[in-house]
Design a protein around this ligand. Structure first.
Ligand SMILES: [Ca+2]
Ligand SMILES: [Ca+2]
Ligand SMILES: [Ca+2]
Ligand SMILES: [Ca+2]
Length: 316
């Protein structure tokens, strides 16, 4: 299949899906309810295997929040389909791969149905990577043949936005679209994902209360042997009240993989760093992440950033 045709086939259903999300109001829209926000900060020391590296891109994403136009929606199982849409479309809102071994949002966007078997690539084995995608997921998007990496399904198109987040947020994991403005609201896709706004729907009139306010900056420190120190500030991240979710695939995931299971009202926050070699240094870019599980009722949390996990490497 020609690449352009493939992109159209992939993109249009994703847009279609997001036009049809069931609407769940933000907590602030509920009478008498206060919004739920988290905040935290910490420093990461790039020492040891990361000593010759610097930060290339940074995202903080609440994986249990999706979008319906300028409203936030609940996504209890972090598969990119809201709980309401899952029920309406015949998926299981508490199972990420309801049928056929493909992530529910991918199945919905690629087929328009919940019959996922028809797009399951031949030979895929549902082998998971550390960021929550399987070979069946990324092969259904043909990412494995479009791009070659030491570890597949992390940031296939090398635009700094992880495949998982691109699938959940509706940008294209096939092409470098981080500096595109897909919804023409004058905010670039990469900024929309960092701000927690919707990159494929012009929601610049949405309340600032729906936004993520997070930043990372290089700082000076004498306590980091041979490496750079980066300070992460999360000043505001919205939370939603959701049911408990038990991901039955946790036990088969690689050691250290992102776990998406959570207790009632816990939200899973992904902090994602892509590192690149410093100028004059060689090596592949590395993907680091930390998965935080924060209760929406306890909005302030400690950000222990020195326990990042390496998801893998991608080609420069
Ligand atoms: Ca879901
Ligand atoms: Ca599901
Ligand atoms: Ca990407
Ligand atoms: Ca935009």
């Amino acid at each position: 299949m020609k690449k352009s045709l493939f992109l159209i086939i992939v993109t249009i259903p994703i847009l279609f899906f997001y036009q049809n999300c069931a609407e769940v109001p933000l907590q602030k829209d509920l009478p008498g309810e206060e919004p739920y926000y988290g905040k935290g900060q910490g420093e990461i020391c790039l020492s040891g295997p990361y000593a010759n590296y610097t930060v290339d891109s940074f995202y903080v994403v609440n994986l249990n929040i999706g979008f319906k136009e300028d409203k936030l929606v609940l996504d209890s199982d972090a598969d990119g389909l809201s709980d309401g849409d899952e029920s309406a479309l015949g998926f299981d809102p508490l199972k990420r791969r309801s049928s056929g071994g493909i992530l529910d949002s991918l199945c919905s966007s690629l087929t328009g149905t919940n019959s996922c078997e028809v797009i399951r690539p031949g030979g895929c084995t549902e082998t998971p990577n550390r960021l929550g995608l399987t070979d069946c997921d990324y092969r259904s998007l043909n990412l494995h043949s479009l791009y070659s990496h030491p570890q597949q399904g992390l940031d296939s198109d090398k635009d700094g936005i992880p495949d998982l987040v691109e699938i959940l947020r509706g940008t294209n994991p096939n092409i470098r679209d981080e500096t595109d403005d897909t919804d023409r609201d004058q905010i670039l896709n990469s900024n929309e994902i960092l701000r927690g706004t919707n990159p494929i729907y012009s929601d610049r009139n949405a309340s600032v209360l729906t936004r993520v306010l997070a930043s990372i900056s290089k700082t000076s420190s004498t306590s980091c042997a041979g490496g750079e120190v980066w300070k992460i500030n999360i000043d505001q991240i919205p939370f939603v009240r959701i049911p408990e979710f038990v991901d039955t695939t946790d036990s088969s995931n690689p050691v250290g993989a992102l776990s998406l299971s959570h207790a009632k009202n816990e939200n899973v926050i992904l902090i994602y760093l892509k590192l690149r070699p410093q100028v004059g240094q060689s090596g592949n870019p590395m993907i680091l992440f930390k998965g935080l599980k924060i209760n929406a009722d306890i909005p302030e949390f400690v950000l222990d950033v020195n326990q990042f996990v390496k998801a893998g490497e991608v080609e420069p």
